[in-house]
Design a protein around this ligand. Structure first.
Ligand SMILES: [Zn+2]
Length: 491
């Protein structure tokens, strides 16, 4: 009987955000030490649930470690990282000899003193299990991939879609590759190619990325290619491994893995400009929204999106709505537990002067001091994700100021679906403008509701003008910061 160890440990660390991250961020996300079956269904628990269910159906002996995942945030405290890492490693050691290990990691975790948390964790796991045990990892495509990770694992599979809608599909892929590896059907060999590129590359809009994803999927299973993954990389981290990489897994042929990784990596480099997400200035975006008619215009406040590690409490965009005199608008979320609690104390329909946002770090900017009416309150609220999964968003208060309905949350979150608003008393069909603190994940699901979607370069720790960020450790050259990237790739 196969003995399998599974664990989950992930977050995405924005090293340009100065507010600290630690256990509280995981308690607001996923924190489960009693087996993944006891964890709520969510994108964070999905991969381990897939592995658990498939292994259980095969009658495998399953041993579980910690399952923990957090919204992206600032750099993790060293103590929290080491404690959580050692919890997983101690459980792995206590499990005794195992045939296989499957980890669901994000891939872009940075802690104080650790620029490559995943490389550190997986190398230590390999030292415990020895060379013969098979180790597989699933990563978000916004990862920092390095040779330590590749050398320490047998199989690595990344998401292929952005917005991320395939975390469970890729978990199935990895499980099947692991099964075939354990049975001796395949001998996976991996290679990584550095594309010397950074940026944001949506896969579901028009442009070259849907074709690139389809080409990867078409090639898998052909001529000894077992798996292909494009790591887009996470741009808001000043670490040596940041940037896009192409990973190929072949069957017992490391040289071919290298050739295929380079072929696909160069193909991606050639489409990088056309594939990259484009941004609009805030002045232009608000002007477009203010004169729009018909269906709503959706503006994404990309630089303060919690999905990129920002705190989620800046008020620049909602201030611009109010200054422009837009009166049929909604905006959310703004992370402000204190304002939420004050709203609960005051109660529904109360009218008050309230200080909103602008609290958690220097780049949170000034707060908003506004006269509001409290129009909706709910404890332990949630929103739908992927049609079925309910993601908790803590306690919420909806406040109204001059026709702008603002959603305040007690935990850091972003908008997964229209239910973020409609679950909480907000009608979207009568709005002229919808503002979300998101980067891109809302795009497809909001498309039927809106006439235009703009990605707005607001101030904040995820601002998309990369040349304004103070990179010190990032490996250069890298596009779009450097002109000679192509020369470096041609060598
Ligand atoms: Zn991601």
């Amino acid at each position: 009987m196969v003995k399998l160890f599974i664990a989950t440990f992930g977050t995405e660390s924005n090293t340009f955000a100065t507010y600290p991250a630690g256990k509280a961020d995981f308690l607001d996300g996923l924190w489960c030490k009693t087996g993944i079956s006891n964890a709520p269904v969510s994108p964070w628990s999905g991969p381990a649930k897939v592995w658990y269910d498939r292994a259980a159906a095969l009658g495998w002996n399953i041993v579980e470690g910690l399952h923990a995942f957090a919204q992206p945030a600032g750099t993790l405290s060293r103590k929290f990282y080491e404690d959580a890492r050692d919890s997983i490693l101690n459980d792995l050691r206590a499990a005794g000899p195992v045939d296989a290990v499957l980890f669901y990691l994000h891939g872009a975790m940075v802690a104080q003193g650790y620029d490559d948390c995943e490389g550190d964790l997986v190398a230590r796991a390999r030292a415990i299990i020895g060379a013969d045990t098979k180790l597989g990892i699933e990563l978000d495509l916004h990862a920092h991939m390095g040779q330590t990770l590749v050398d320490s694992a047998d199989l690595i599979v990344l998401f292929k879609t952005y917005p991320h809608i395939d975390h469970n599909d890729r978990a199935h892929d990895l499980f099947e590759l692991m099964q075939r590896t354990l049975s001796g059907d395949i001998n996976p060999t991996m290679a990584l190619f550095d594309c010397k590129t950074m940026g944001l590359f949506p896969t579901t809009r028009s442009g070259p990325m849907p074709r690139f994803v389809a080409d990867m999927i078409d090639a898998e299973g052909q001529g000894g290619i077992l798996s292909l993954s494009l790591n887009h990389g996470f741009p808001w981290a000043d670490v040596p491994l940041a940037g896009a990489k192409m990973l190929a897994i072949t069957d017992d042929d490391p040289k071919y893995a290298g050739d295929i990784a380079e072929e696909f990596g160069r193909a991606f480099f050639s489409i990088r400009q056309a594939a990259a997400l484009e941004f609009t200035s805030m002045d232009e975006a608000v002007e477009i929204a203010a004169r729009s008619q018909g269906k709503a215009v959706l503006l994404a406040d990309v630089s303060d999106q919690t999905g990129g590690g920002a705190p989620g409490d800046t008020c620049y965009m909602v201030r611009a709505f109010l200054d422009a005199g837009i009166t049929r608008a909604t905006f959310g979320p703004i992370w402000d537990p204190a304002a939420v609690e004050m709203s609960f104390q005051l109660g529904l329909q109360a009218k008050t002067l309230l200080r909103v946002g602008g609290k958690s770090e220097p780049q949170s900017g000034p707060p908003l001091d506004i006269d509001v009416e409290i129009i909706f309150l709910k404890r332990e609220a949630s929103q739908e994700s992927d049609g079925t999964e309910d993601v908790p968003i803590g306690d919420i208060a909806v406040i109204r100021c001059k026709g702008v309905d603002i959603v305040l949350t007690s935990i850091r979150t972003n908008v997964y679906s229209p239910s973020f608003f409609t679950n909480h008393g907000i009608c979207l069909t009568d709005k002229q403008v919808i503002g979300v603190k998101n980067l891109f994940k809302h795009t497809d699901i909001f498309a039927p509701l809106v006439q235009t979607q703009l990605y707005v370069a607001t101030p904040g720790v995820c601002q998309p003008d990369f040349w304004r960020l103070d990179f010190k450790k990032l490996c250069r050259p890298i596009w779009p910061l450097d002109d000679d990237t192509l020369l470096a790739l041609q060598n």
